[in-house]
Design a protein around this ligand. Structure first.
Ligand SMILES: *Cc1c(COP(=O)(O)O)cnc(C)c1O
Length: 389
């Protein structure tokens, strides 16, 4: 529960969602049963992907996607500094080293040109990344066309962290379809586009990745005789083929997630409507508003503006305090990952990724969620207008 009258994000749970969870509770399967598969199939179909593997959260999804991509000690994973820490931590779980590619100052996503330059330098020094995690910040894909070309040229596995972007599209096709990324990750945390309370999913068109992901989410165990190393000894037989995890989603969570897939389109439609209203209502204020990436249609997980600090008398902190004092749960996405103490210990310092750092000093996430009414949104705009005046 948010302590604010109008939070920055909030789930929407209706009676159908509740009934779906209760029905599973009364069934014989509470975990890893038939509802998981239905949830996976529903989202795979919606996103035009071949395979979907549900797990307990998107952090676990990122982790096993990196394992499936072959990431290990001595390898490099690159991601954007403007993201939640999980996009980088997945590399550390695998024992790999993490580095960042600064953001495009217009879209706030990883800058494809900076990525190209950094890859060129890394090729010369023999430190090319094995995995690049590209974040669809706020629900909008990065320049995936250019980044996918770089992935082919330099041989890294492209993982799209689309935790913000289920329901978004890119070049006319759903995010997750696999036209550009080898694997796409979704999060179903309550604050994201659709929820399963906790939950995540990996979408891929590669059969080998899908099989590996299924095995990794459940201890590295298989009961499929075709992949065992010694002949099957009976119906009760299973073999652990590698070191896996217990990253399973429960059927209770899958029931909520599946029910929410049916609401995905109206959720995203309402988010787009509210974002378009913000664009109109905020025009003329001392703010930089979000800019569209070519070919991307955002799912609008977040509505972020940048304060034009040269034109207002308050600091960023004062703007936050003034809005929060009105019960408006404004937020900040994100503190650049390389400025976190853990990553400073890994050798990163202030000044390493100046665009992400400049962005961080000006960013402000305004309330945006499907049940936000026009009246509540008008109120947010009025307070902001008054504070910035
Ligand atoms: C929320 C989020 C995650 C992690 O999702 P969980 O399901 O909470 O583990 C990863 N990456 C990004 C960009 C996120 O916003």
């Amino acid at each position: 529960m948010s302590p604010y009258r109008i939070p920055y994000g909030c789930q929407s749970i209706d009676q159908a969602d509740i009934d779906a969870v209760v029905a599973v509770l009364k069934s014989p399967w509470l975990t890893q049963g038939p509802t998981i598969e239905r949830f996976e199939r529903a989202l795979a179909e919606h996103c035009q992907a071949e395979h979907a593997v549900a797990v307990c959260n998107a952090t676990a999804a990122l982790h096993i996607a990196c394992v499936a991509a072959g990431l290990g000690p001595g390898d490099w994973l690159w991601t954007s500094p403007n993201t939640f820490v999980a996009s980088a931590n997945c590399g550390r779980y695998c024992g790999a080293q993490v580095d960042f590619v600064d953001i495009d100052p217009r879209t706030w996503n990883m800058d494809a040109q900076r990525l190209a330059d950094k890859l060129e330098a890394a090729e010369r020094s023999g430190t090319l990344p094995k995995v690049v995690v590209v974040v669809a910040f706020a629900g909008q894909s990065a320049d995936l066309q250019a980044i996918a070309r770089l992935s082919q040229r330099y041989g890294f596995v492209l993982i799209e962290d689309a935790a913000h972007a289920v329901g978004a599209s890119y070049m006319g096709r759903p995010v997750g379809c696999g036209a550009y990324a080898a694997m796409t990750i979704f999060s179903f945390h309550p604050v994201k586009i659709i929820t399963s309370a906790e939950g995540g999913m990996v979408l891929t068109n590669r059969q080998d990745f899908a099989e590996r992901l299924r095995r990794l989410r459940s201890h590295g165990i298989t009961s499929d005789p075709a992949v065992m190393q010694v002949p099957d000894k009976g119906l009760w037989y299973y073999q652990q083929m590698e070191l896996g995890f217990n990253y399973r989603m429960t059927d209770l969570q899958a029931a909520l997630g599946l029910s929410q897939v049916a609401r995905l389109e109206p959720f995203v439609a309402r988010r787009r409507e509210l974002a378009a209203r913000y664009q109109q209502l905020l025009a003329g204020l001392p703010l930089t508003l979000p800019v569209a990436q070519d070919g991307a249609e955002s799912a609008w997980h977040l509505y972020v503006v940048r304060l034009d600090l040269s034109r207002i008398s308050l600091t960023q902190a004062q703007v936050f305090e003034a809005l929060r004092a009105q019960g408006l749960g404004v937020n900040l996405h994100y503190i650049p990952v390389h400025l976190q103490p853990y990553y400073q210990e890994q050798g990163f310092a202030e000044g390493d990724f100046p665009e992400a750092e400049r962005y961080f000093l000006e960013a402000l996430s305004l309330p945006l969620f499907p049940e936000l009414s026009d009246e509540m949104q008008d109120e947010v705009v009025e307070h902001l207008r008054r504070i910035l005046d």
